[in-house]
Design a protein around this ligand. Structure first.
Ligand SMILES: [Zn+2]
Length: 190
């Protein structure tokens, strides 16, 4: 059981008990926990940021991984990531108001937008960016830059942004992400 007790200027103090199932993987904190709501309070809909596999979409993968990198313990995950999500869900359940912390992005489309914003690249360059992150860095450095600067990667500020994102993901999770984005783009362009 998780007893939500949170206050924010948008809707004041809120308390609510949720029944959650939280799975912490062996790879925590490199991989974020999976959280399921099992008390039947949160509708299993994208509007409530519940993923297709019924895990709660508690934040964008980049944001969640960043927070875990900075505060690598379960208590901080609950306080900094899960609690704001549940606060926003509770406000939406009670008042119908949309997510008070801004629309959290979710799903593959959200990951794509997030990566594009983070890398300051157009979305259609994100696959190329992931490929650069998967290359040995000396090889990536010599590639023509994908930001449009006309130089090679090693001479561009993009290099640091790529490095920062690469540090947040394992090579395996980067490949999974690339496959998901590729599938999404092929569906969109059909
Ligand atoms: Zn560049």
């Amino acid at each position: 059981m998780y007893a939500l007790d949170a206050a924010h200027e948008t809707a004041g103090r809120i308390t609510r008990d949720y029944q959650l199932d939280i799975h912490i993987s062996d790879r925590f904190p490199d991989d974020p926990p999976f959280v399921y709501e099992v008390g039947g309070q949160i509708p299993r809909e994208p509007d409530f940021h519940v993923n297709g596999d019924n895990t709660l979409c508690v934040g964008s993968p980049l944001a969640v991984r960043r927070a875990l990198r900075r505060w690598p313990n379960v208590r901080s995950f609950l306080a900094r990531t899960l609690r704001p999500y549940l606060y926003a869900v509770t406000v939406k359940l009670d008042t119908g108001r949309d997510f008070v912390f801004g629309e959290l992005r979710h799903g593959t489309a959200g990951q794509l937008q997030d990566l594009a914003d983070d890398l300051r690249l157009p979305e259609d360059q994100v696959i190329n960016a992931i490929n650069l992150m998967l290359m040995p860095s000396a090889e990536a450095d010599d590639q023509p830059c994908i930001c449009g600067c006309g130089g090679v990667v090693s001479n561009c500020a993009l290099r640091d942004r790529l490095g920062e994102v690469r540090d947040l993901f394992s090579a395996t999770s980067l490949r999974v992400l690339r496959d998901e984005i590729q599938t999404l783009l092929s569906v969109q362009h059909r």
